[in-house]
Design a protein around this ligand. Sequence first.
Ligand code: SF4
Length: 334
Amino acid sequence: MIKFSPKEIFYEDASLSYPLGKFLQNKYNNVPWTKIDNHNNIPFFREKSNSEFPKMKQNLIVGVRKTHKYMPNNKISDYLVPYTSSGCTASCLYCYLVCNYNKCSYLRLFVNREDMLDRLIKTSQKSTKELIFEIGSNSDLILENTITKNLEWTIENFAKYGRGQLTLPTKFDMVDPLINLNHKGKTIIRMSLNPEEIIKKVELGTSSLYKRIEAINKLSDADYPIGILLAPIILVDNFESIYSEFITKLKNSLSKKVIDTMSIEIIFMTYSYIHRKINEEAFKNVPDLYNKNIMTSRGLGKYRYKSDIRNYATKFIKEEILKNFKNANIIYIS
Ligand code: SF4
């Protein structure tokens, strides 16, 4: 179980007029609170060097979300929904939320949750068909829930009043508060999985593989619709034996109910010059995930695996999955 205790809280004044803002003020009354004008632009953070990245992740930002635009999506959901948080306290070396050097991947909590859920429920009710809303693309809501209880509140209210389904991915195991909720099968939880040696070296500050498997088994027993993400696939040396062993391990430790019902997403790692700079300067003894022999540029300092390498790896991973899970429901590979 990962427990987050912030060192300092940066807050927008308006956030304290919301019930959740007051709850947080009371919960963290033993740490310093510093007022900021705008959660999107905090000069104190902008001045910091890359080497301070892990330290900055120990802070918490509390604000009011102003952007509510739903983005159409055609992978696992109909829409990506900006929801109650963005960023995260963990430090996966490839995290796609590391967007602009070290300025915006720390955990931000948005206290106007009633507005956001209300909009979600209304949109779901107005639609002519049942929609799936991805609410966890900007943060990890299982982690956030340990601080705010927002996910518990969302699952129960959406079950009562919403139409269609919510979905969210996670790399954390703190699911016990969700187990006895009356979710009515309207929230899909997708567990992101990787071999333990990759989790330990690359997904810093997240739950272990064992804990993640235990959590997804529990959620499935509690009748949540579930999925797994093999994500991101990282083509380290001897990746074949590492991933082959990993997929066999999944077969032996996921419950029968999970295996029979899970959807599978496969996502290859992308990387960037920005990640490299931060990781080099902020962390000691972490692997360099950039490998010029197998990666190519896709513009703007971003890298992905070369097509022939990726095609080979895709075939390999797919075969391993089908060898272990005969009726595997692979939704997409990207
Ligand atoms: S857990 Fe998810 S959001 Fe958090 S650092 Fe890792 S990839 Fe990013």
